[in-house]
Design a protein around this ligand. Structure first.
Ligand SMILES: *Cc1c(COP(=O)(O)O)cnc(C)c1O
Length: 823
């Protein structure tokens, strides 16, 4: 949808500086996602940590001429060919523009909020309702203060129904989202503990969420949930309610019966006096709840119960994940099983472009027809071709009749087209990919899982899954505790606490952390080779690795005079000058560091007599910040550090950054942030003070290889240690102490989860496999086993072993493949 710049100026009440004629088709908030510069309007958003104004010059150089700003950057004040729309609050301007856009449409709009299930309900509604309606919906889970306006902006004259998610993490946010979505149909999926940090109670959060439904015609929710019911009652909305219930026959949508069997669930219900039923191919409670919310919306929109039943039976799972895996022949495989539509293709291509930055890898896209309703084919593929071109795809493999017919539109160096997935597979083209970044994106009907199967490197059935969204959530959780000017160093030493260094570093770099820290120079060099450009600090530099550090600009910690002399000598020999170093002071750990009382003076003198290296920061490490028992000692460490670092600073005219807090320090000593903090374990989801898991990042998973029925008089495993007390079902799983499963967890000292139920380890854990007791657990060979993860916190294992979660996480061995995903 296109708007003139004049319209936009008047909607957002901006003061326009510049008079370049312009038409706006695209809204941009993240400079890295730029695609169509000429028709783009960039909103220079200011967040606590970043400022879009910093990217204006770069965007201008790339051909963007329209900016919404709070002030015009000094350097650009003379530029005549730019439109600056000056406002007092850029986010508010974006939201107002979207709200105004929404006003033009008199169509039903479903607004979905709740703690879980928003995206599934949105996508299932799409599956249930789209055959006869043109639907505009939020891409992926674009549900934030920025994501919602961007989603609503996608409504156009073809839209017959809108479906948008709204997610909030603090008070006041829903009030801003409500006028943008302006739902006519409100769905509250459920209320749980997610994003609870900024709310005093679940009730407060629930009331805030309900604000979305202020002017709805109808509100849909689980009437059996007492909290939700009482909050809805308290809200005093005029809207009609469709509360569904399994208990209360008085509710408008009464669920009479839920029958689960091996392949699905049959739901019998009563609505407006009719008795009807449907079946879904799922048996978990969350899916059943999600389907009931969808049912209520569909009934309200007068879809016939027969049509609903027909479509419910074939509801497809919503794979929200974009997975990064190791492929065959050195390829990196990005598998985006998310819906095939233009918006999600854009996001996936953006992701691929960023992952291959600096690595000089060829970018290959395997793309099927885009089965999006409501878009004329010609226009759609012209847009797709533009997108593919501007995102720097080097090789395109298209599959399907429509994309093949549009083959001439694609300006890609290397392109091939196939009518069907079968033809692609038969061609042998897949085997020819070497070292590429390959993005696989296909509509469901094309069964691209067969393609990824062929490309994927087949591994051990034990994997460590890393949730990159959770990592970012944790990052933001700790960032919110920092003063805006405090810099942030993130620890990615020990392969990012076991999570695997590259994807984690890349994600952190994207979120603009100030420093990454690794243990040794080789780890840093690997990150550089993989394309990481942000400053990297080496915690334990070795004298033999100085050349590597100079070559890759890896900044060493310097903890004593001997290593300082060696470094200066090496730098002088290599002709290096002003190389940044970080001075470590020993304030009580007594591991490594300069003496705070006696070393500062000679250190300043020595540093001032040379120009090979320059102190960039000075720091120390707390020994007991995670325990109130050591508070007095911690305060003394901080005081000592303050005095010694001030003495060092006094010897120089340039600013030397000071830092002492680790994760627990950030949490417990907000007054000791100095100029920077060092975030480690918290990033990976563990709060070291409470030993609780914030947002779980890593899940160690395996599968059942075999199940034996063993009689009570037998034993399991080596040395006959696994003594049975009853006839038992014993499952064998392919993980052992060589994978990092500590042998002391055996013999019933801990358990894993099989289909959500606790299965104790029985007998001694072997090198590569172990046995678990699954007596009474509904499971079969091939089922998933969770060693630690969302529902089995890693702290359960560390407690059982009388150790700390750090050790469990970093012990997962390298042969366990890491698989990354993000929603
Ligand atoms: C590992 C490390 C950290 C991070 O500690 P966490 O407890 O994981 O937050 C901070 N500083 C230094 C010097 C470290 O070695």
């Amino acid at each position: 949808m296109s708007s003139s710049i004049e319209e936009i100026v008047s909607v957002i009440g901006a003061n326009r500086v510049g008079d370049r004629p312009a038409q706006v088709d695209w809204i941009l908030t993240d400079s890295r996602s730029l695609c169509f510069p000429e028709e783009t309007l960039f909103f220079a958003l200011k967040t606590k940590r970043n400022d879009g104004h910093k990217y204006i010059e770069e965007l201008y150089a790339r051909g963007v001429y329209n900016f919404v700003v709070t002030e015009i950057p000094k350097k650009m004040q003379g530029c005549k060919d730019i439109n600056f729309l000056v406002v007092s609050n850029v986010l508010k301007a974006l939201q107002r523009l979207a709200a105004k856009h929404r006003e033009q449409f008199d169509v039903p709009v479903v607004g979905i909020t709740g703690s879980n299930g928003k995206t599934v309900v949105k996508e299932w509604l799409y599956q249930l309702l789209s055959p006869e309606r043109r639907i505009t919906r939020s891409p992926r889970s674009y549900n934030s203060q920025i994501g919602v306006p961007l989603s609503v902006w996608m409504m156009d004259s073809h839209t017959e129904l809108g479906i948008f998610e709204a997610g909030i993490s603090e008070m006041g946010e829903m009030e801003a989202l409500e006028p943008i979505i302006r739902p006519t149909i409100g769905v509250l999926t459920n209320i749980g503990g997610a994003h609870q940090e900024n709310f005093t109670s679940l009730q407060e959060k629930c009331m805030e969420k309900l604000l979305l439904f202020k002017d709805c015609d109808v509100i849909i929710y689980n009437g059996d949930n007492e909290l939700i019911s009482s909050c809805v009652a308290k809200s005093l909305f005029a809207a009609r309610e469709i509360a569904w219930s399994m208990k209360d026959v008085e509710r408008p949508l009464f669920v009479e019966k839920i029958e689960k069997d091996a392949t699905g669930t049959t739901v019998k219900y009563r609505y407006l006096g009719f008795f009807k039923e449907y079946r879904i191919p799922y048996i978990d409670d969350a899916s059943i709840e999600n389907s009931l919310n969808c049912l209520a919306v569909a009934l309200y929109l007068m879809v016939s119960p027969e049509t609903i039943a027909e479509r419910m039976a074939c509801l497809e799972p919503v794979a929200m994940r974009l997975e990064v895996k190791e492929g065959k022949n050195g390829c990196v495989l990005i598998n985006d099983s998310y819906n095939s539509d233009f918006a999600s293709l854009d996001i996936a291509l953006d992701f691929m472009a960023r992952r291959s930055e600096g690595k000089m890898r060829r970018r290959t896209l395997i793309l099927s027809d885009i089965l999006e309703t409501g878009q004329p084919g010609k226009l759609l593929y012209r847009q797709v071709a533009d997108l593919v071109h501007s995102r720097g795809v080097d090789r395109l493999i298209g599959v399907g009749e429509e994309i093949s017919a549009a083959s001439a539109r694609f300006e890609v160096k290397d392109k091939q087209f196939f009518q069907t997935t079968k033809e692609l597979i038969a061609s042998g083209v897949l085997a020819s990919l070497r070292g590429d970044v390959v993005l696989v994106k296909g509509a469901r009907a094309f069964h691209f899982d067969e393609v990824t199967d062929l490309l994927e490197l087949k591994v051990h059935e034990t994997i460590l899954e890393i949730n990159l969204n959770a990592l970012v959530d944790n990052l933001n959780y700790y960032r919110n505790k920092l003063k805006p000017e405090t810099k942030l160093m993130c620890m990615v030493k020990a392969s990012a606490y076991g999570a695997g260094p590259f994807e984690v570093a890349k994600t952190l770099e994207e979120h603009r952390v100030d420093y990454l820290a690794v243990a040794v120079a080789d780890e840093g060099a690997d990150l550089r080779k993989a394309g990481i450009t942000c400053p990297i600090i080496i915690m334990n530099p070795e004298v033999t690795a100085f050349k590597t550090m100079f070559a890759y600009r890896l900044e060493p910690n310097i903890y004593g005079f001997r290593i300082l002399e060696d470094l200066i000598k090496a730098a002088e020999r290599e002709g290096v000058s002003n190389f940044p170093i970080h001075i470590k002071i020993d304030t009580g750990m007594h591991r490594l560091g300069f003496d705070p009382y006696n070393d500062m003076k000679p250190l300043v003198e020595r540093l001032n007599r040379q120009s090979a290296v320059i102190p960039r920061s000075v720091f120390s490490h707390l020994v007991g910040s995670d325990s109130s028992r050591f508070d007095a000692f911690t305060r003394k460490q901080i005081e000592t550090f303050e005095a010694a670092s001030a003495e060092l600073q006094a010897g120089f005219t340039h600013k030397i950054l000071r830092h002492i807090c680790n994760t627990a320090g950030i949490e417990r000593y907000p007054g000791a942030q100095f100029d920077m903090v060092r975030l480690g374990i918290g990033l990976y989801g563990i709060d070291p003070y409470t030993n609780r898991v914030l947002h779980n990042v890593s899940t160690l998973k395996t599968t059942i290889l075999q199940i034996h029925n063993v009689s009570a008089d037998e034993t399991i495993g080596y040395s006959r240690k696994g003594v049975l007390h009853r006839d038992s079902r014993i499952a064998t799983v392919p993980i052992g102490y060589a994978d990092g499963l500590n042998r002391h967890l055996g013999n019933g000292n801990a358990y894993c989860l099989v289909n959500g139920q606790k299965a104790p380890y029985i007998g001694n854990i072997c090198m590569d496999v172990c046995m678990i007791d699954v007596t009474g657990i509904d499971c079969k060979e091939g089922d998933k086993v969770v060693v630690f993860g969302d529902d089995l916190p890693v702290t359960v294992l560390s407690n059982a072993l009388d150790t700390i979660p750090y050790e469990i996480l970093t012990n997962v061995s390298n042969r366990v493949k890491r698989v990354y995903f993000q929603d």
